[in-house]
Design a protein around this ligand. Structure first.
Ligand code: NAD
Ligand code: UDP
Length: 319
């Protein structure tokens, strides 16, 4: 296939480029580098099967030639208000990437007859009132809350994707991605893994926000990519959760990072700098992914962190 990947220079987009090139496809990468980095795709510069266009997907997208599939991953993704690349500080760009960007990609998919895959998120469940979250839970999102610029853009993106499927018959799919980590995350984007692993490798105390009793379920990037590619190759149209169902508190996560890295500096509890809407519990129900895609994660937290450390050490000049 000839596959268009938006957000190709980001964390997940660049891993998808590698995996799908490995599967023998031709890749067209698009990115405006608003939160991603050319470093993430530098190794593909001389690959004849990889083309790259620096473009903002919120504007009209023109890609010459046939496009068999589109993976729409372009969007700021970090919720940390203290980070320049977090969506709190890129609110309009975030809404445009989710709304206009998705609409533009669907337009290309309709014209080309492409399989379309939307990168949606566990954030569409907001601060969930049911646990774990399965795909039939409609979510608990405040449309004017601070996280809404991201959550509502993704909710609109899902709606417009289903509209193109139902009304225009476009071959669409939606993956709801839960917290994922691994090499090529931006060390400065303020998400939990980059902040905590960077601190641990520098021998600093880890900053746990609030009491750290809020929970997340962290998935290693290779597992996630495997699930996404299985969804791409399937003919499923309804949303599918992809994530690791092993739930832990943020405090347990920080303690695990200190243990794995051998960091003796401990933990510093900080006032939660985020809005009161920091979701309290999050865990994917992956029954659909298991049943439809025969997928489940294989990499546990210890192995995933160990596989992430070399990239962080290199970025920190510690390698
Ligand atoms: P990232 O910031 O590393 O990657 C996003 C990429 O999109 C960046 O390279 C950025 O420059 C690009 N981009 C943003 N707006 C753009 C625009 N208007 N035009 C062109 N390029 C644009 O983040 P990520 O973690 O790789 O996330 C990728 C996608 O996966 C996002 O859509 C995000 O919402 C979704 N997602 C990620 C996670 C996760 O845990 N990593 C969880 C849920 C959903
Ligand atoms: N968090 C933390 N310390 C940090 C960064 C994040 O305690 O230095 C917490 C944050 O409050 C949230 C969880 O870790 O409860 C996951 O945050 P992340 O930014 O990775 O993504 P989210 O799941 O909130 O979208």
């Amino acid at each position: 296939m000839r596959i268009l990947i938006t957000g190709a220079a980001g964390f997940l987009g660049s891993h998808l480029c590698d995996r799908l090139l490995g599967d023998g496809h031709d890749i067209i990468g698009v990115d405006n580098f608003i939160t991603g980095s050319p470093d993430n795709i530098a190794h593909l510069a001389n690959n004849e099967k990889f083309e790259f266009y620096k473009r903002d997907v919120s504007n009209y997208i023109f890609v010459p030639g046939q496009v068999d599939a589109i993976l729409h991953f372009a969007s700021p993704a970090s919720p940390n208000p203290q980070s320049k690349s977090g969506y709190f500080n890129l609110p309009i760009q975030t809404m445009k990437a989710g709304a206009l960007g998705t609409h533009n990609c669907l337009g290309v998919a309709r014209r080309e007859g492409s399989r379309f895959l939307l990168a949606s998120t566990s954030e569409i469940y907001g601060d969930p009132e049911v646990h774990p979250q399965s795909e039939n839970y409609p979510g608990n999102v405040d449309p004017i809350g601070e996280r809404a610029v991201y959550d509502e853009a993704k909710r609109f993106a899902e709606s417009v994707t289903m509209a193109y499927h139902r009304f225009h018959g476009v071959n669409t799919s939606i993956v709801r991605i839960f917290n994922t980590y691994g090499p090529r995350m931006d060390l400065e984007d303020g998400r939990a893994l980059p902040n905590l692993l960077k601190q641990a490798l520098l021998g600093q105390p880890l900053t746990v926000y609030g009491t750290g009793s809020q929970t997340r379920s962290f998935c290693f990037v290779d597992d996630l990519v495997d699930g996404i590619v299985k969804l791409l190759y399937s003919d499923e149209h309804l949303p599918v959760n992809i994530g690791n169902p092993v739930e832990m508190s943020v405090l347990e996560f920080a303690e695990a990072i200190n243990r794995i890295t051998g960091n003796p500096a401990g933990i510093t509890f900080m006032e939660n700098a985020r809005s009161a809407r920091d979701p309290q519990r999050r865990q994917p129900d992956i029954s659909r992914a298991k049943e439809i895609l025969n997928w489940e994660p294989k990499v546990d937290l210890d192995e995933g962190i160990r596989r992430t450390i070399p990239f962080f050490k290199q970025k920190l000049g510690l390698a």
